[in-house]
Structures are given as structure tokens and as C-alpha cells.
Design a protein around this ligand. Sequence first.
Ligand code: PMP
Length: 315
Amino acid sequence: SPSAGVLNYGQASTPFPLISPNISLQQKTEKRGGIYEGTKANRTEDGRILLFRPDQNATRMMHGAERMCMPSPSIQQFVDAVKETVIANKRWIPPPGKGSLYVRPLLAGTGPILGLAPAPEYTFLVYASPVRNYFKEGTAPLNLHIDEEFVRASPGGAGGVKTITNYAPVLKAIARAKDRGFSDVLYLDAVNRKYLEEVSSCNIFIVKGNRISTPAISGTILQGITRKSILEIARDHGYQVEERAIPVDDLGDADEVFCTGTAVGVAPVGSITHRKRRIEFKTEGSLVCKELYSTLVGLQTGRIEDKKGWTVEIH
Ligand code: PMP
């Protein structure tokens, strides 16, 4: 049954209640591990509260758990826990247009054991924090650095899983990029050092005329829920959409580049620097990424009628 606590997290300006539905997940063959998810709850102008595709987060956690040899909550258990957390933290959801309640489900191996052995138990908990809109009108576009010293994920590894251990090695890469005046790192594939993979916490897209391309899912990048949604929205808007291996040289030919993720939504990229060459992209005027972002946020905040069944209303 749910219990409440107090936790300070990240940039949150206020302590907020933590609710942790302790779903029992013991099984004989379990291994230690930790995977997490990130989703948002938004208020609509007419006072409703909407979640965006939480079943997709649940499914991604189930697949991730399978890769990490962990048991997983069912889709129903996951979505119910997210709903419960949002209801318990209703007062922290910012007003429409001012931000969202970021919700983070975490599944972790726990219990007293050393070594690479099955954990005696697992804990599934959900915590939440109010966050501001990441991308506002007038926000500076991202300036990315391709730092070839760092690799995010290798084939055969767990790069496609939202496991907590994927994020520790990139902290140094991000810190170095920030020291050099960049916003973040764009990683190349580990084998050829030639193809675009993703940014530390978002997927990447390039636009050339009417064609929108994003790296194909290969097991080393995360299957972003925003990525999947933007691909569908772009198709609906009449763009030619493709998932393929994108060589770094294609950047020189791109009109626009943008990133997608639950935290950033859709963020324009102003430049990418690779081996001292700085490639610049369009960030002013009528942007494809702004058009797609507007539809995405419209759906997420109830401004646009959801004919896709992507939103879940919470009461
Ligand atoms: N790639 C990585 C490495 C991420 O951490 C995230 C954030 N979850 C994404 C891509 C974007 O995924 P989503 O759209 O589901 O937030």
C-alpha cells in the first residue's frame, strides 16, 4: 500500500511527498539492477490533468527489465502507480503553460547481498517533482559537441535500456562539453565512429527540405517515446519520415537539427561541432521543429483534441 515521505530532488524548489507503491516483485531468478522511467503530468486550460502515453513507459520498463533479468510491474501496475503518485502530488502540478509534474518510476534490486547474485527483493517506487518548461520562446538553441573520446553505448550492451548505469559514464562527457561552452554531447556509434546515435538524454533528428530523418533503433540508443510520437506527428503533417543510419557527414547538408525527449520536448539545435568544424543550422523563422513541438505540446496539454488515444486523464 502507498506510503508518503519527503524527498528533495534536483532543482525542485520545494520538498514534495513521495509515494512508493511497494509492489512485490520477488522471483527466484532475479539479478540486481536498476532501471527507471520519466514521464510528465500536465494541467489543461479547462482544469484537467493529463498523462502522456504512460503505457509506453510501462512497456519500455518491461522490456528493460527483461534485458536486466529483473521482474517487472505489469502495465496496469505501472500506470496505476504513476496515477496514484500524480494524485497524491496534485498540488505540485504547475498551472497550464508554466511547467509539468515530472514523474519518475524506478525499479531497483535491493536487499542484503554482495556480488553478482540474485537480489533478494526488488523495489518499485515512483517519485515526482515540478519542472519548468524546458524550451521556451527565445530559449537559446542547443550547441552540441561530438566528443569522440566518449562512447555512450556499444552493440551487445544495454544502451537501449533506461538503466541507471548508462548515465554515470556520460557525466564526465557532459561536464567537459559544458566546460568548453557546449550544451551537451552528441555521441557517435562505437564501432565505426561515423554514425549519429543520440545526445545524453534525448534523441536526434535532422531535417532536409521535406524529409525528416532520425537514427534507426539499433540496440545502442534509447527508443524515446517523444521520438516515436514525433515520427508519427511528422507523418501526419505530410513530411517524409525515415529511420536510418545517419553518417556524421550528413549534418553538413541539414537545414535543421532538433532533439526530442520527455524533459526537452523538442529542442532546436543551433550548431554541432565536430573535429573543430562548427556546422550551423536554421533556428529562426518558420521551423519544422517548432511546428512539430506545437502539435506535441498541444496534445499533451489538451489544447489539441487527442484522436490518437495518447493522453490519460487523471481524476
Ligand atoms: N535518449 C536517452 C539516453 C534518454 O535518457 C532519453 C530520456 N528518456 C531519451 C533518449 C528520450 O526518451 P523519451 O522521449 O522517452 O523521454
